[in-house]
Design a protein around this ligand. Sequence first.
Ligand code: 1CP
Length: 356
Amino acid sequence: MSTAPAVPPSPADSDLVRAARGLPVDRTPVWFMRQAGRSLPEYRALRAGTAMLQACQDPDLVTEITLQPVRRHGVDAAILFSDIVLPLVVAGVDIEIKPGVGPVVASPVRTVADVDALPGLEPDRLDFLATAVRRLVAELGPTPLIGFAGAPFTLATYLIEGGPSKEHARTKAFMYAEPEAWTRLLERLAVSAATFLRVQVDNGASAVQLFDSWAGVLSAADYAARVLPHSRAVFDGLGDRERGERDVPRVHFGVGTGELLPLLGDVGADVVGVDWRVPLDEAARRVGPQRTLQGNLDPAVLLADRETVDREVRRVVEQGRAARGHVFNLGHGVLPETDPGVLTHVVELVHELSQR
Ligand code: 1CP
């Protein structure tokens, strides 16, 4: 019999963190983007009467909403309940999240002067975040908490367009017409994203994800020259990994990024998130052997019959074996009309298919 004292399992040894670092795992870890949210009746009940951005700043609500999908589905990670626009809101930018629409900006950024007038994010305004993360880490025990922030480009689309948009034409026009103001805007957004992430890691988050959801609207050349350096600055802002500063796995994700996949890892990520458009074996070729992949079941598949769900989950698990490591996820967020029972089933099936 071993006499070594029992060491409690730590999130640093979890399958999620190990897969992200390219280490062997017991089972393929699985979590879902937007796993907390409108697909859960317990979320709708808790959120009733509280505006989204108010809920994000209430440590009790953040803790409870973040834990809901972990309890219900047995996912391998929690993701902080927050929003990519929150650092801007906390800094004092007038933004509202309109139900059924998304973030709406009262005074969109349209000129150089607008860029210069944007307030910076003071870390001491993030006490609510530090409190929520510390509570969550205590409650979660061995389950890792993923912290996140919005990447500079995707945040810039909301600031410039004034709200959700499909083509992001105003954003691109600003990028081409005002290159200096563009650089200044993305630099400032990178600083506030890094501040937001540092608070999460310093209080115990085990991994971070940078959401550049709309980067796929750019050509690879524009992405490389005008966006990538600013996303890299966010990860660099976490500190010097060689010296062990905030050395947690970094995930980088965007939608429609098939053409950008070779670049996405270069930003400083351990894990590249892939949407459903590119199969994971092909994505592994594009990203290269130095990165783990995350994804990539089409969220719409979860609305289909059970046979289709099972077949597609099997395919994703199989194709994920081509990567140095695989974190199972959807290719984008859970659709609100998804039956939560199907999500629980997917977690069980991924675990069963990947059990060593
Ligand atoms: O469980 C989780 O995943 C954590 C919660 C989370 C995350 C990671 C929320 C809560 N928002 C986000 C990130 C986020 N927010 C992204 C990146 C991820 C993605 O691509 O989906 C983006 C683009 C946003 C912006 C945003 N906020 C939108 C999209 C609008 C558009 O342009 O299409 C929307 C609808 C919101 C509101 C929002 N954020 C989160 C929730 C639960 C909601 C809905 C709130 C409500 O219905 O009142």
